[in-house]
Design a protein around this ligand. Structure first.
Ligand SMILES: *[C@@H]1O[C@H](CO)[C@@H](O)[C@H](O)[C@H]1NC(C)=O
Ligand SMILES: *[C@@H]1O[C@H](CO)[C@@H](O)[C@H](O)[C@H]1NC(C)=O
Length: 265
């Protein structure tokens, strides 16, 4: 009798702790979705809520940090949504998170497929972007140029500045890690820099990029080179035509000779 009770207690204990050792879930337990409020990129001290949303009512939710098999936080809620509060986050709390859920009727230790990874970044300053000109910083006459400001995070807002102007010259949101700013070639020469920031408050900013100098091509030297190329091309054409004429002349003469002296040939 005492043994049976002990076994039952042990089983209950094991069930309670089974959550700590997630095993491979069946594909039929679809993954939840993990999001961050107010944003996944925040300055230190902000209260961040990580929301795990399941595609079906669950019984328990778990928040995991990358590389750790023990849940960081557990929430027992019998609905589709669980919230994990990270109060006044520090840079050390940045990193990769994912969540899973489980239902009461699933086997012990069985969690759903993990959500996609959420990258939480807690920083005062985003990495400095680079600014390059495409196709290059020397603009040929009549051509246009595009300036690419590239950061390290997708989904940011980018601003292009021209040295001498206080307000941004152009501004755009991008789903990529970079934004392209098209410039009309004739107006492009100048010195530029850019920066990017999170698209909504609380804003986290990057420092400005290194300055980029855009020049217009030295058109006189280009004309000189082009003129020489054209002259060379014409000379080649004349030589080739002369060659063709010589060959034609020679052949027509030989065929004339052929006709004049049939017996010799
Ligand atoms: C963060 O949450 C705590 C506790 O809920 C609250 O006292 C504090 O004012 C919040 N801080 C901010 C910046 O919202
Ligand atoms: C340069 O940009 C202007 C304005 O977008 C456009 O009208 C023009 O055709 C472009 N020129 C070239 C060479 O692409």
């Amino acid at each position: 009798m005492a043994l049976a009770v002990a076994l039952q207690l042990l089983t209950l204990w094991a069930l309670g702790h089974a959550d700590l050792t997630p095993s491979v879930p069946p594909a039929s337990y679809p993954k939840p979705w993990l999001g961050a409020q107010p944003a996944a990129v925040v300055t230190p001290g902000v209260n961040v809520t990580l929301r795990c949303r399941a595609p079906q009512p669950a019984w328990r939710f778990a928040l995991f940090r990358a590389g750790e098999s023990v849940p960081l936080l557990l929430r027992d809620v019998s609905m589709e949504l669980a919230e994990f509060f990270l109060e006044a986050v520090t840079p050390a709390q940045g990193g990769s998170y994912h969540c899973s859920y489980r239902r009461l009727d699933w086997g012990p230790g069985i969690w759903s497929q993990p959500s996609d990874v959420l990258e939480l970044l807690v920083t005062d300053l985003l990495p400095r972007p680079s600014l390059v000109a495409l196709p290059g910083p020397v603009v040929a006459p009549g051509a246009n140029v595009s300036l690419r400001c590239a950061g390290r995070l997708p989904g940011m807002s980018f601003a292009l500045y021209r040295v001498g102007l206080a307000a941004p010259l152009q501004y755009r949101d991008s789903a990529q890690r970079w934004a392209d700013f098209p410039l009309i070639g004739a107006r492009a020469p100048g010195t530029y820099s850019c920066y990017y920031h999170t698209p909504s408050a609380p804003y986290v900013l990057s420092p400005r990029s290194e300055p980029l100098v855009v020049r217009s091509d030295d058109s006189s030297s280009l004309d000189y080179t082009q003129g020489n190329l054209i002259r060379l091309g014409l000379a080649g054409l004349v030589l080739a035509s002369l060659g063709v004429l010589v060959v034609l002349d020679c052949c027509s003469r030989s065929s004339a000779l052929h006709q004049a002296l049939p017996g010799v040939w």
